[in-house]
Design a protein around this ligand. Sequence first.
Ligand code: NAD
Ligand code: WQD
Length: 349
Amino acid sequence: MSKQTILVTGGLGFIGSHTVVELLHASYDVVVVDNLNNSRMQVLESIRRTSGKEIDFYPYDTRDEKAMKEVFEKHPNIAGVIHFAAYKAVGESVAEPLKYYDNNIYGLVALLKQMQINGIKAMLFSSSCTVYGQPEKLPISEQTPLKPAESPYGNTKKMGEEIVVDATKTGAFKAISLRYFNPVGAHPDGFIGELPIGVPQNLIPFVTQTAAGLRKELSVFGNDYPTPDGTAIRDYIHVVDLAHVHVKAMARLLNNEGPSYDVYNVGTGRGYSVLEVIEAFERVSGQALPYHFAPRRAGDVVQVYADANKAEQELQWKAQYGIDDMLRDAWNFQKNILDETHILNEKES
Ligand code: NAD
Ligand code: WQD
């Protein structure tokens, strides 16, 4: 049987690049469309280095109908689509809501239309634990009621899921929404990881950049939460574990198992406070992290962690990496980027 081909939109981004590597390891052929809005061309080379394999890459925008038509025509054997391409900065989405609806909603609808035209039968949609807000009960299962979105970004994930559900009702294709908790870390080989452009908004990149001396001090947002140490709790999930669940979920769809639409939480089931993350970072890196307490960040929830049993039972997937692995790999990647920058600077001088 010939290899199956998967189209990955946003495949040079943080989660996309790790997923591409795992798809290649699982012997799929991979086509990536990424407009490089939040990624760099060097990721393509890093994917080659990590996987030892080649992919087909198109620097196109998923909203560009003509360009996407060309991709599907060049690759008539595409069996499934994994849709990562979206904007993801919560604060920016409040300031520029239409930018978010245009990319995350129009981009999704445009892709679904192309899938329909080309008879694609399987799709994975990147959703987020943000759709649950702060639930009454923990852990959060897939049955936990959804809350009104706190931001336009969160709303695009909620609406995105609804659009995908409706589109599957025609029977044209099957889809799974994966609700990621807090994706962090980097590939253990140290060549691919999270490359935030500008000042990081998320905790782990801020921690590693502070330890690397690029930022002066970490602000811990809030130490008066109703949690054991007063800081907020999240379910951090290693990006390689997250990449694996995409391979499992895609296989389920391609094998025509399960209902036409389904949803899975993707987390470890264990929450860590910000102070616990700092302690773990100091343990694995062997260095002290400068931090101070600052006021709570607007819009932050107190505590979330997943009930990830559904993914374990139905996808035979369970997180393998713990918090120390996540921080060790994020830190190794951070050090590698600095080394590379250093080498580049040396070459230039
Ligand atoms: P990322 O920004 O690193 O990756 C997204 C990629 O998509 C980038 O490479 C960007 O250049 C590309 N892109 C954006 N719009 C595009 C378009 N119109 N056409 C083509 N390419 C486009 O983000 P990520 O962290 O890898 O997130 C991937 C997906 O997972 C997103 O949909 C995000 O909303 C979702 N998600 C992320 C997190 C998280 O914390 N990282 C959590 C939950 C859900
Ligand atoms: C984690 C914890 C902060 C930075 C965001 C999105 C969510 C999802 C994942 C996409 C919180 C604290 C952070 C800092 C800190 N993305 N913190 N100092 O907010 O849980 O989720 O990313 O779908 O939608 O909102 O992740 O990494 O920003 O924060 O103290 O400099 O670290 O207050 O408690 P968050 P995060």
